[in-house]
Write a protein that binds this ligand. Structure first.
Ligand code: ADP
Ligand code: MG
Length: 599
């Protein structure tokens, strides 16, 4: 590996702006770090270069740990967004600067300068001053200068930033050519998806300081694992659907598309489906569709863009409550049931549409995200309480980031926790923290909720999230929920493994450490989640509580596989009015047996 990052974390004012990033960039690879402004891209790049120190984790270049090596000795070339050329030096002097510092002989310097200017297509410009060059030319000089001392790694931070479209494209081509010719390992930072597609062997997408996913551009586009990547890398409609044994259902409409990917496991549950605008088919009637019907709709907006036609269709039948948003309209409440559609010229000729026209909507391909967190349902015994809880700032922030909806559910039985719920509860149930909360959690889980989130009224977005599961049966689903949640909050994730003191305490340490490592690698490999690990000895509830009381703004994700574990092992966590929020994840240990029994 050319570049290896292991759980690199950088904090400013206590908040992680780069959060546990692990990454490997291969020899000669062109890797693009893509993310919105403020997601931590530049900070991460600077950490690789040694221009900024890290608070946690390690940086290795070509197998050597350089975490504590200065920038000058790391052998990297760096190109900044703003052309950081020396104003008073000519192009030639700028390029030779690093070589003079390294005491290279004059003739060798001249030779190298010539090579470099040819490489970036600026031959003969040696004597110009930066002010006599265009922006694009200045950036070419910056690239040449960064390459002068033959670094083994080239780092570029939004090098096309201030340039206009045509120049960007030219410079992009030059950089790609230079990279291919020198076979130099390159990391380029950008917020521009098109640029990432044009340059990258692999793309890593960052948001809120985390590296969410990395992979080949086509893989990330076809099979994103997260809502963020689905909507940031190209346009996407996100819809809530039900996954059943027969396939995907939108409301009452089953969709049996051949290309629907199978999702593992379990009973019927709510999932998040990704519909790319170009995978949607429009036809005059349902019978004319060549693909799977999902709804009817009305054309609300129509924009001709040359090669493509962009249409917005409001769904008038079908899964009206299923729509949860897309990259162009984030607020699912106001724009419910609008689908973005793009059509080629050919499709336009086959079926021309006009504003206001009724259409049947079909879909060629649906991609189901592997996230277990689809939507939130606020649960309360009476309307006012549900209303209040649905306005909770942290919940609104979370649902907004997840582009999902917050439903309300009034169930008087929640007051007493006697009897059964009126209907089965789906999605994450959310309740307010209060004295009787333990009983409510148990009642909701008993009535079909797979996760319950407990929110104290003053809870804010956490800075640290503790993860713990009562036994191994709950491990997998707890990690899946933690990974999903942590993509949407800029918090540090810590898995707390707890061994009982009675079993020999310290003597158990090797076993404990192995459990931690296993948990960490499973989180990484299966769920793309990086987390720290801590080993404790004692009673689980007390240990967790101690840590939760250490600092404010924390959250606990607790996995159980048996309802009695709540009162038996974790009662202390619910006893006093707590300041921390909790997410209880419940997967019955023998879920498959239960399912068989109820079928
Ligand atoms: P990006 O390059 O993705 O736009 P940055 O890495 O520049 O993001 O910044 C990530 C976050 O860290 C931002 O919220 C930014 O305000 C913050 N940040 C960056 N540098 C500093 C600094 N020196 N001091 C405090 N906060 C910083
Ligand atoms: Mg930046």
């Amino acid at each position: 590996m050319s570049i290896t990052l292991d759980q690199v974390t950088k904090r400013y004012q206590g908040s992680p702006v780069v959060n546990d990033v692990s990454l490997e960039v291969g020899e000669g690879e062109f890797f693009v770090l893509l993310g919105p402004s403020g997601s931590g891209k530049s900070t991460l790049l600077r950490a690789i270069a040694g221009l900024t120190g890290v608070d946690h984790g390690r940086v290795a270049l070509h197998g050597n740990d350089v975490t504590h090596v200065s920038a000058r000795h790391r052998g990297v070339g760096f190109v900044f967004q703003n052309y950081a050329l020396f104003r008073h030096m000519t192009v030639g002097e700028n390029i030779e600067f690093a070589l003079r510092v390294r005491r290279m002989r004059t003739e060798d310097r001249r030779q190298r300068r010539k090579e470099l200017l040819r490489l970036v297509a600026l031959e003969g410009m040696d004597d110009r001053l930066p002010t006599q060059l265009s922006g694009g030319q200045q950036q070419r000089v910056a690239v040449a200068r960064a390459l002068a001392h033959k670094p083994e790694v080239l780092l570029l931070d939004e090098p096309f930033g201030a340039l206009d479209a045509k120049i960007r494209e030219e410079l992009r081509r030059t950089i790609r050519q230079v990279q291919r010719e020198l076979k130099i390992t390159t990391v380029l930072v950008t917020h521009d998806q098109e640029e990432a597609f044009a340059l990258a062997d692999r793309i890593g997408v960052m948001n809120l300081g985390r590296l969410l996913e990395s992979g080949r551009p086509d893989e990330l586009y076809d099979r994103p694992a997260t809502r963020f990547v689905a909507t940031f890398l190209g346009a996407a409609n996100l819809l809530l659907a039900k996954q059943t044994e027969q396939g995907i259902r939108f409301g009452a409409t089953p969709v049996n598309a051949r290309r629907i990917e199978k999702l593992e496991g379990g009973r019927e549950h709510e999932v998040v489906a990704v519909l790319r605008p170009e995978e949607i088919e429009l036809a005059p009637t349902r019978d004319n569709l060549r693909t799977n019907y999902i709804a009817t709709g009305v054309v609300e907006e129509l924009v001709f863009t040359g090669a493509l036609e962009r249409i917005r269709v409001r769904m008038t039948s079908g899964p009206s409550d299923a729509h949860i948003g897309s990259n162009s309209h984030v607020d699912g409440h106001n724009t419910a049931a609008i689908l973005d559609v793009t059509r080629t010229q050919h499709e336009q000729r086959v079926f021309p549409v006009v504003f206001g026209q009724s259409v049947a909507i079909g879909v060629r391909r649906i991609h189901v995200l592997p996230t277990p967190l689809s939507s939130y349902t606020v649960c309360a015994a009476e309307t006012a309480a549900a209303e209040r809880l649905s306005q909770h700032p942290f919940l609104i922030e979370l649902a907004g980031r997840m582009k999902t909806r917050i439903a309300k559910r009034i169930d008087p039985a929640l007051a007493t926790c006697q009897g059964n719920a009126q209907t089965r509860i789906s999605g994450v149930a959310v309740i307010a923290a209060q004295v009787k909360v333990a009983k409510q959690v148990e009642w909701l889980l008993w009535n079909g909720a797979a996760e319950v989130m407990v929110l104290p009224s003053q809870a804010v977005s956490p800075q640290r999230v503790l993860i713990h599961w009562a036994d191994d049966a709950a491990r997998r689903s707890t990690l899946a929920v933690a990974a999903s949640l942590l993509r949407h909050v800029p918090a540090e994730a810590v898995y707390v493994g707890i061994l009982p003191e009675s079993r020999g305490g310290e003597g158990q340490r090797p076993l404990g450490v192995r459990t931690l490592l296993d948990a960490r690698s499973e989180a990484q490999a299966v769920h793309g989640l990086e987390m720290r690990t801590e080993l404790r000895f004692g009673a689980a509830a007390e240990e967790l509580q101690r840590q939760l009381n250490e600092q404010v703004d924390q959250m606990l994700i607790l996995g159980i596989s048996d309802l009695s574990q709540l009162s038996r092992e974790f009662a202390p966590l619910f006893a006093a009015p707590a300041a921390y929020s909790m997410m209880i994840v419940y997967r019955p240990a023998r879920e498959s047996d239960e399912q068989a029994a109820s079928a």
